[in-house]
Write a protein of this length. Structure first.
Length: 106
């Protein structure tokens, strides 16, 4: 907790403008990672950057994964490689609508 909270004293919410996901959203729908960013900010608020790096590591990693989706992309690539391997071995045939050809419509 800061000794002197300038933001509260002046009535200005700088956190609202300084964060990535907390900016004003169209139609008042929160951004995809807003909840993760909020958890990270609440954890790191008032403890300093050095302590926050250690103590809020889990929250930051969750927020970062939500933004970048690196684990998700890695998993999707593994699934695609497995599918391609099965197709090459002849153990799997993709459905006709996945062939990339247009359907003949009646």
């Amino acid at each position: 907790m800061p000794f002197f909270d300038v933001q509260k004293k002046l009535g200005v919410d700088l956190d609202h403008w300084m964060t990535i996901q907390s900016a004003e959203q169209p139609h008042r729908i929160p951004a995809r990672c807003h909840a993760f960013e909020k958890e990270w900010i609440e954890c790191a608020h008032g403890i300093g950057s050095i302590r926050a790096e250690k103590e809020c590591k889990i929250e930051f990693e969750d927020f970062r994964e939500c933004l970048l989706r690196q684990k998700t992309m890695k998993r999707l690539n593994a699934i695609k490689r497995q599918r391609d391997k099965l197709i090459k071995e002849g153990k799997y045939t993709p459905p006709p609508h996945h062939s990339g050809q247009e359907d003949l419509r009646p």
